[in-house]
Design a binder for this molecule. Structure first.
Ligand SMILES: Cc1cc2nc3c(=O)[nH]c(=O)nc-3n(C[C@H](O)[C@H](O)[C@H](O)COP(=O)(O)OP(=O)(O)OC[C@H]3O[C@@H](n4cnc5c(N)ncnc54)[C@H](O)[C@@H]3O)c2cc1C
Length: 379
């Protein structure tokens, strides 16, 4: 076992307390949330009360001024528990930083403490029915009308979308046919007239996570809701891209470790032809491969995490981590299902859920193909 060196004693204490939170407040309810396609609203306020939201935000805004290792622990522990319902990281580590880095003082003072308490849930809406990877083609518009903007368009696959109290929308504020320089980030409160959310979408996996389609018909917001200045969306989206992709990689490695552990446990329990299946050479070799590859991924991603903490992680390296670990996760869960035989296909087995949950990691946050595009551009 290659020892991990990322975490201090304080980090490990936080890990322990978050693990207990998941055991008490998440795992017992996850089945029901899967049926309801979203978690309970109270989960957010409970997480807020215990200091598990917006941890990296300054104390002034309700956060804990914590480093990103704390965020990594939250991702890992949720992945290990197979708890895909809570959209905490998107809220705390993607949406909150946009408000913090690019919002006005009034917006920060109003929104961030409520986000940290779980009283306000945030989402970010880039993808549209007509475009995902090709972000410059977004058709949602936010056209100036005096001191206001009038927003029209639709956004799809939005995490935390149904429960969100506000969403950061990528919209064209300039020439609709224009590219990156015409795009802005606009904060839209969920109670604005003309903002409609559809029920959470029925997904192959991550069933407890609220992912929805939303529509904007003549939604009026003040121009001051533009974050970071008109036409600046691309620049802002690029700034934290490496971290956002590394977060997915962190979850993928933890998920692969969980799948390996499940396969190992099952292989030792299940007997066939008078012996545990773990005794067959094929099973041993499959487990050896899974262990080797997850260990390699762990070492690489931990190193990326160190670089991220030193603000030295490049977009290309983060793309490598996201691409490779998401493919690895899918391979490992597939082998783990195989080791489980028919039981691996039954929903009550964690490995069946892990199989369904894993697949989207190769798609969201930028597809594997887009990751390869990014890497190849730098060669
Ligand atoms: C569960 C879930 C949660 C999500 N959460 C959010 C969210 O919170 N906010 C948000 O904005 N979006 C979210 N998304 C959307 C996600 O980021 C997009 O689905 C993803 O970026 C791909 O876009 P697309 O679905 O339009 O696929 P497309 O862009 O249409 O791609 C289709 C296929 O074409 C390939 N392709 C496209 N361009 C190229 C190229 N240049 N070279 C080679 N191949 C290419 C892709 O790799 C893919 O295989 C979520 C999606 C899911 C499924």
């Amino acid at each position: 076992m290659i020892p991990r060196t990322l975490y201090s004693d304080e980090h490990l204490m936080f890990q322990e307390s978050f693990r207990r939170f998941i055991e008490k407040e998440v795992t017992p309810h996850h089945d029901r949330w899967e049926a309801e396609q979203q978690v309970d609203r109270e989960l957010w306020t409970k997480a807020g009360e215990q200091g598990f939201l917006c941890t990296s935000m300054p104390e002034k805004y309700g956060g804990a001024d914590a480093d990103r290792f704390i965020s990594a622990i939250i991702i890992e522990e949720l992945a290990r528990a197979g708890a895909t319902g809570p959209g905490f990281n998107l809220h705390s580590d993607i949406v909150a930083p946009y408000v913090f880095n690019y919002g006005s003082e009034a917006q920060k003072a109003e929104i961030l403490p409520k986000m940290a308490r779980g009283e306000m849930i945030g989402a970010i809406a880039m993808t549209e029915p007509g475009t995902g990877s090709d972000l410059q083609k977004v058709a949602t518009t936010a056209i100036a009308d005096g001191d206001d903007l009038i927003i029209n368009g639709s956004k799809i696959f939005i995490t935390n979308g149904y429960m969100c109290d506000f969403v950061i929308v990528v919209a064209k504020t300039g020439d609709v046919k224009g590219g990156a320089d015409q795009m802005s980030l606009v904060l839209v409160e969920a109670d604005r007239d003309g903002f409609a959310k559809e029920k959470p979408l029925k997904k192959v996996g991550m069933k407890a996570q609220d992912t929805c389609l939303m529509h904007f018909s003549d939604v009026r917001v003040p121009k001051s809701n533009i974050l970071g200045g008109e036409g600046q969306a691309f620049m802002m989206l690029m700034t934290e891209l490496a971290w956002e992709r590394l977060m997915i990689a962190i979850g993928c490695v933890a998920g692969a470790e969980m799948a390996y552990a499940e396969a190992l446990r099952y292989a030792n329990e299940r007997e066939a032809f008078g012996r545990p299946i773990a005794k067959f050479q094929n099973t041993k070799f499959k487990l050896a491969e899974m262990k080797t590859e997850t260990t390699i991924a762990r070492v690489f991603v931990d190193r990326c995490m160190q670089l991220e903490a030193e603000k030295k992680l490049s977009v290309e390296e983060a793309a490598m981590a996201k691409y490779w670990t998401s493919e690895l996760l899918c391979n490992v869960v597939d082998e783990a299902v195989q080791i489980h035989g028919g039981y691996g296909y039954m929903w009550e087995y964690p490995i069946a859920r892990a199989y369904a949950d894993a697949r989207v990691n190769r798609v969201y946050g930028g597809t594997t193909e887009i990751m390869k595009e990014i890497i190849s551009r730098s060669l």
